[in-house]
Design a protein around this ligand. Structure first.
Ligand code: SAM
Length: 249
């Protein structure tokens, strides 16, 4: 279970809210059972349950646990806002596979409107999906979900990454695999490497966007000879990157 950092001290973990309900009523845990608790960032422990009620569970810290589930390579999925609830699928599956951050953005052919004032509820929901997917996948950290940004802000974030791959359906030459292997070799390994995968909306990217992305230092790549749906492309790219980085398979 991921709990707020202030609820995990040296000796004790306090679980509240839905997670307490889950422990008490869904898992039907008993005093003396052990659970794994993480502060969602840099500390994970084995803890023994003491007091259990449906809205508050207290557990004694038994021992620290090594944090082995996080990939050495840190992949951000920058996803052009898709229609409906497809971004929820991207966050859920991307978290299971191993992305560390999701950055939705608005591009020329983005169809949905995003109104930051009205949509804080949606952002909250995206955070909840990331947390639950991280728990189910036994991740050590909860991936970050950023509020949607503009195309200009996206290009700035791409410049700040160690490498940004622009998934472009019209790219003829470079495959993600070869570009990824080259980037890893140039950097001398994957430890702490920040990589961004940029995925377009249902209608794809415009040529102007591809040119601007290249000018910002992104590498245009293709993900194979088939055109993938927007919610599939990031998952395929992420899996390919983690595979080439020796994180799966
Ligand atoms: N019309 C479909 C849909 O509604 O989802 C396909 C959309 S595809 C054009 C959306 C994005 O996925 C593209 O802009 C690109 O970023 C990525 N993509 C899909 N297939 C790709 C491929 N073979 N190579 C590189 N990127 C791809």
């Amino acid at each position: 279970y991921f709990i707020p950092p202030e609820q995990l001290t040296e000796s004790e973990a306090v679980v509240t809210g839905d997670d307490a309900h889950h422990i008490a009523n869904v898992m039907r845990a008993r005093t003396g059972d052990t659970i794994i608790i993480s502060n969602g960032d840099n500390r994970e422990v084995l803890a023994k349950l003491g007091h259990i009620s449906k809205d508050r569970v207290v557990a004694a810290v038994v021992e620290p646990l090594p944090m082995l589930a996080e990939p050495a390579i840190r992949v951000t999925i920058a996803q052009s806002l898709p229609k409906g609830d497809k971004l929820e699928t991207v966050i859920q599956k991307g978290t299971e596979i191993g992305a560390v951050r999701f950055l939705p953005f608005v591009s020329e052919r983005t169809v949905v409107q995003y109104d930051a004032k009205k949509e804080s509820k949606r952002l909250e929901r995206w955070h909840k999906i990331a947390k639950e997917a991280a728990e189910q996948a036994h991740r050590n950290r909860i991936p970050a979900v950023e509020p949607p940004c503009s195309w200009k802000q996206l290009l700035q974030s791409a410049r700040e990454a160690d490498k940004a791959f622009f998934c472009y359906e019209k790219e003829e030459g470079t495959m993600l695999k070869q570009a990824a292997l080259q980037a890893i070799a140039e950097r001398g390994g994957t430890a702490g490497m920040n990589v961004m995968l940029i995925v377009g909306p249902e209608g794809g990217f415009t040529e102007r966007e591809a040119a601007e992305a290249e000018a910002a230092g992104c590498v245009c790549v293709k993900l194979g000879r088939r055109i993938l749906r927007t919610e599939t492309a990031g998952m395929v790219g992420l899996t390919c990157l983690l595979y080439e980085a020796g994180e799966m398979g």
